[in-house]
Design a protein around this ligand. Structure first.
Ligand code: ZN
Length: 349
């Protein structure tokens, strides 16, 4: 292995450990107001970075709060070590510069014992749901209900008995809103992606920043709730189930309208077999992830050959397609397509 490869691998490993540290901090409270004691993962990431920089006589952050500031100020290409394209796009940040919120990239890269935390937690829930129609119904419920407040629950009990029944069985997947998303006692939902959002200011109630990060800013927020009255779907399920869920519906509709047969396949929900129109069968899954390298790795684990993502990821995230292709082993039969182009891609075989 060449020295350059070694350095990129080491840099990527440091970047991943920083993501894991920031993720651990974000579970406690807003990452910029974090207090002692710091989570072990955050201290470990700082130690690793200090060791790397000190050996090269470069500057380094001297505390965990300073580390958070460094993560907000630097994109992946601006750290004192190279971050490989398989890990993150050059513009990727672990903490948002303006809001100091941990980013989706941070959540996607965080690992526990080498395994991506978000994937492990979402997979475990999806495994529990099973693939029978009842599991399908529960997954649809999670996609449609990111936030549930007391009056919404009452309405459900009165007019939607099936939803109320589903919520009863899925309540353990909901909890109080994360501190970082509570502004003046309220929690807001983005009208574009349906995930959590921060308002520009309370009276105007427009989106300043949302959890998907790619939605248009300054649009009216869909709903605002009293934080003490709401239950919010757990973060891994918001990001890996609810967020791609909406794109998945568009992709399935498009494929069926084009005459393809689409049916669930495999032991977990979310994988589909696309067949018909004289084309070879293809296994498909819809994802919504900021980092294309780790997405390619995940697609290989899921054994899918059609990887569908929202169009806007391909148009707004520079280098997305190249980053995806570069992370695949030579000859891998995996294609990245947008939800809009899915029917053409399935036709092209
Ligand atoms: Zn949004």
């Amino acid at each position: 292995m060449s020295e350059a490869t070694n350095t990129a691998a080491e840099g990527s490993a440091i970047f991943r450990s920083l993501a894991t540290g920031i993720w651990a901090l974000s579970l406690k409270e807003h990452v910029s107001s974090i207090k002692l004691p710091y989570p072990a993962a955050a201290q470990l990431a700082l130690d690793r970075l200090v060791l790397h920089c000190a050996a090269r006589q470069e500057q380094y952050p001297s505390s965990v709060p300073e580390l958070v500031a460094w993560c907000a100020e630097r994109s992946a290409s601006e750290w004192p070590f190279p971050v490989g394209p398989n890990m993150a796009l050059p513009a990727a940040r672990l903490v948002d510069e303006a809001t100091r919120m941990r980013t989706r990239t941070c959540a996607e890269l965080a690992v526990d014992d080498g395994a991506p935390i978000l994937d492990a937690q979402a997979d475990s829930v999806m495994n529990d749901l099973g693939t029978e129609p009842i599991g399908v119904g529960k997954r649809e419920f999670l996609i449609d209900h990111v936030v549930i407040d007391r009056s919404g629950h009452r309405r459900m009990l009165a007019t939607e008995p099936l939803s109320a029944q589903r919520f009863k069985g899925l309540k353990y997947l909901y909890g109080p809103p994360p501190d970082a998303w509570v502004v003046e006692g309220r929690v807001h939902q983005c009208s574009t992606c349906g995930l959590l959002a921060l308002p520009t200011n309370h009276k105007q109630a427009r989106t300043a920043w949302c959890e998907a990060e790619t939605c248009p800013r300054d649009t009216p927020l869909s709903t605002s709730y009293d934080a003490s009255n709401v239950q919010v779907l757990r973060t891994p399920l918001r990001l890996l189930v609810a967020l791609p869920g909406r794109t998945e519906r568009i992709a399935l509709r498009t494929l069926r309208a084009a005459g393809f047969l689409v049916r669930p396949v495999g032991a977990v929900l979310g994988n589909y077999l696309v067949s018909g129109r004289g084309e070879p069968d293809r296994r498909m899954r819809v994802y919504d992830r900021m980092q294309p390298g780790p997405l390619a790795e995940r697609a290989l684990v899921d054994r899918v050959s059609l990887v569908v993502v929202p169009e806007q990821l391909l148009t707004t995230q520079a280098g997305y397609r190249d980053g995806f292709d570069a992370a695949l082993p030579p000859g891998a039969d995996v294609r990245l397509v947008s939800a809009t182009d899915i029917a053409t891609a399935a036709h092209a075989g």
